[in-house]
Design a protein around this ligand. Structure first.
Ligand code: NAD
Length: 484
């Protein structure tokens, strides 16, 4: 099989196999072909991974931040040197076009390793001066063993975004990739160890939700970071709460992108394409509710239709292809049902709408217009290449409608009016906003959601707060003043 890993799991510094677990076929979404087979972790394998993480964590935390950071930065260099091979693997795992994976997956993972590798040596507590010469100093401590659980849309990036801050702070991690895309995280583990990571500090175990659930409830685990859907997030957050574990929840969205009539239409159309059709629309922060001001709506739709119909749909391994299949037959079915429902509820099909006539899980990039706020396609996360275009008249109206959702991951505004741009993003209930662009997520900037879209932030210095805790140490400089 063309993408068969050395073994299913990476535990205590080495690949390990255990064929007694449930078999999981890895399917290349462009053809439906089985390209690898892994086995879900048995309870014994989960135990082994947690035990090795627990055993390795103390020594890792005792190293200086600079030493830990050096390992992460070395791993970043190896990833960059092997970017093409890793990108081909990511394409096989997810079906995303190589044109994308070459620039957005392993490279984004390397950015995180490099950024947090650089930060590791700069992590400090603080000195707080008190009256009478007394003072407090704070120590930034690792949390212990962290669990990372990934979604299938960015398997390599998600593994790196979670591992990098966790390891920089001195934690160990057990990572469970999505069962749909199990391959990329194994490579991350392999490369981290090649870069000098001590055995047990980063482990990968495969499996479905039940393996994730068994990791979350294990008493050895101090923190859980999940990237996934809201229903899974609710279950994982509740399970973690039972033992007061720390969490980061990177969940779904139904984000608004607002286009005012003074916007540059080509830029706005470009932003809407980036924010709806990159990775075949399987991106959590997508601006799937595109609100366009009345006066320019038809002009916007005309340019949008022309540009969307120029997408190059084909073999994802061909670098000319810029639109690939969905990750699985199941996801394709879900998205198709949403499109059908949208049309049945009165939306106008501008382009797309069905399956591409070729093997694999391809769906035409789809634009629905005349969408109203109450339609299912405007309320629920679809997680596929479906853009809903809604019309609005005033700024006050569009802000109210944009915020009328349980989600709060991101939002965008396109306008030529600088003060309006800032006024509108200030009013948007969202963790990340873009002005005159969409969906850029550099490691230097915090990323995460508000409302049902999640808890905590990944990337940037902010992520450190979610992978460490502060100990305050009060130091008395005078005699103890007791009442008796
Ligand atoms: P999912 O919720 O079905 O699964 C996510 C992960 O959780 C998988 O690894 C799965 O095996 C695991 N899991 C399932 N049930 C579990 C349980 N009870 N306990 C522990 N783990 C469990 O999500 P998906 O379909 O893989 O990914 C798509 C979703 O992820 C979308 O909603 C998307 O918006 C979201 N997402 C969010 C971000 C972000 O950063 N905010 C990024 C990518 C994807």
């Amino acid at each position: 099989m063309k993408a068969q890993p050395q073994a299913s799991h990476f535990v205590n510094g080495a690949y390990v196999e255990d064929t007694s677990g449930t078999p999981i076929d890895v399917i290349y979404p462009a053809t439906g072909e089985v390209i690898a087979k892994v086995y879900a972790a048995t309870p014994a394998m989960v135990d082994q991974a947690l035990a090795s993480a627990k055993a390795a964590q103390g020594e890792w935390a005792a190293m200086s931040g600079t030493e830990r950071g050096r390992v992460l930065r070395r791993a970043a260099d190896i990833i960059r040197a092997r970017n093409r091979d890793l990108s081909v693997l990511e394409t096989l795992d997810t079906g995303k076009p190589l044109q994308e994976t070459l620039v957005a997956d392993a490279t984004s993972g390397a950015d995180a390793l490099e950024y947090f590798g650089g930060l590791a040596g700069a992590l400090t507590g603080e000195h707080i001066q008190l009256g009478g010469g007394d003072f407090v100093y704070t120590v930034r401590e690792a949390l212990g063993v962290c669990v990372g659980i990934g979604a299938w849309n960015y398997p390599t990036q998600i593994a790196c975004w979670k591992a990098s801050p966790a390891l920089a702070c001195g934690n160990a991690m057990v990572f469970k990739p999505s069962e749909t895309t199990p391959l990329g995280a194994l490579k991350v583990a392999e490369i981290l160890h090649e870069a000098g990571l001590p055995a047990g500090v980063f482990n990968v175990v495969q499996g479905m939700g039940e393996v994730g659930a068994s990791l979350v409830t294990d008493p050895r685990v101090a923190k859980v970071s999940l990237t996934g859907s809201v229903p899974t997030g609710q279950k994982v957050y509740a399970a973690a709460a039972a033992e007061m574990k720390h969490v980061t929840m990177e969940l779904g969205g139904k984000s608004p992108m607002i286009v005012f009539d003074d916007a540059d239409i080509e830029d706005a159309v470009g932003g809407a394409i980036l924010g709806n059709f990159y990775s075949s629309g399987q991106v959590c922060s997508n601006g799937t509710r595109v609100f366009v001001q009345k006066g320019i709506k038809e002009a916007f739709l005309a340019r949008l239709k022309a540009r969307v119909e120029a997408a190059v749909i084909g073999d994802p391994l061909d670098e000319a292809t810029n639109f690939g299949p969905l990750v699985s037959e199941g996801q394709l079915g879900i998205v198709q049902r949403y499109i059908d429902k949208g049309v049945a509820e009165g939306a106008r099909l501008v382009t797309g709408g069905g399956r591409v006539d070729r093997e694999g899980f391809y769906l035409w990039p789809t634009v629905l217009a005349d969408v109203t706020d109450d339609m299912t396609v405007a309320r629920e996360e679809i997680f596929g290449p479906v853009m809903s275009v809604l019309e609005f008249e005033t700024e006050e109206e569009v802000i109210r409608r944009a915020n009328d959702t349980a989600y709060g991951l991101s939002g965008g505004v396109f306008t030529g009016n600088l003060t309006r741009a800032h006024r509108v993003v200030a009013a948007l209930q969202a963790g990340t906003c873009w002005i005159n662009t969409y969906n850029l997520a550099p490691v230097e900037a915090p990323f995460g959601g508000t409302k049902m879209s999640g808890v905590g932030r990944e990337n940037s210095k902010a992520a450190i707060e979610y992978y460490s805790q502060l100990k305050s140490v009060y130091v008395a400089m005078g005699p103890v003043d007791a009442p008796f």
